[in-house]
Design a protein around this ligand. Structure first.
Ligand code: COA
Length: 163
């Protein structure tokens, strides 16, 4: 096995939150390299463009030596094959995440049988956090300060300033 392999943490990160960063921190302590792989989730309408989400993640993870932020399109299983990775990281916040994550893990394994999905649990203070909730708070004039990195807070303020 290549000891320098990258584990992939995929998601739409629209926008990245402190919960995502908590998972990235844990993953970066466990694996030699982490690729945060940003994509469009075909089932969601995104608030931030793909490049904006990548830029925000790059700013938020600049102090990690073994974390790289990239994007992919198409099937995640194909992307892993292409970059020669077989480890997927996903965050499990609560039991309610389980069914969707379980289904996705099995489907990814069906599509590429080498893939192993590793579930990490964020700090319990982030178990209630989601990107849509953060956007709703910002949209309604609340402060997202405690939930997101500084660069995301500023971007949310700009985005929803005129509402
Ligand atoms: N802290 C805070 N929030 C978290 C979190 C954490 N640790 N972990 C997940 N979330 C939230 C996200 O904020 C997001 O909230 P939202 O629904 O309010 O936006 C939600 O949980 C899930 O988001 P995310 O983890 O970004 O994943 P996703 O469900 O948007 O994207 C992909 C899933 C991109 C991995 C999946 O769609 C995919 O693989 N797409 C590629 C196409 C493909 O291969 N499809 C077949 C898959 S089997």
């Amino acid at each position: 096995m290549d000891r320098n392999f990258s584990a992939v943490y995929p998601g739409s990160f629209d926008p990245p939150t402190n919960g995502h960063l908590d998972i990235i921190t844990r993953a970066s302590n466990l694996f030699p390299n982490i690729i945060v792989a940003v994509t469009d989730n075909v089932n969601k309408r995104h608030t931030f463009a793909l490049q904006e989400r990548i830029d925000l993640l790059r700013k938020s993870t600049k102090y990690f030596k073994n974390v790289e932020v990239l994007s992919f399109s198409g099937l995640l299983a194909d992307y892993l094959k292409k970059i020669n990775s077989f480890v997927l990281i996903r965050g499990l916040r609560a039991l309610s995440d389980f069914e969707y994550e379980f289904q996705m893990a099995l489907m990814n394994r069906k599509l590429n049988k080498k893939i192993e999905t590793i579930f990490l649990t964020p700090d319990q203070s982030y178990t209630f956090l989601s990107s849509s909730m953060v956007k709703e708070i910002a949209m309604l004039g609340g402060s997202a300060k405690t939930f997101v990195p500084k660069c995301v807070e500023l971007e949310l303020k700009k985005r929803f300033r005129n509402r």
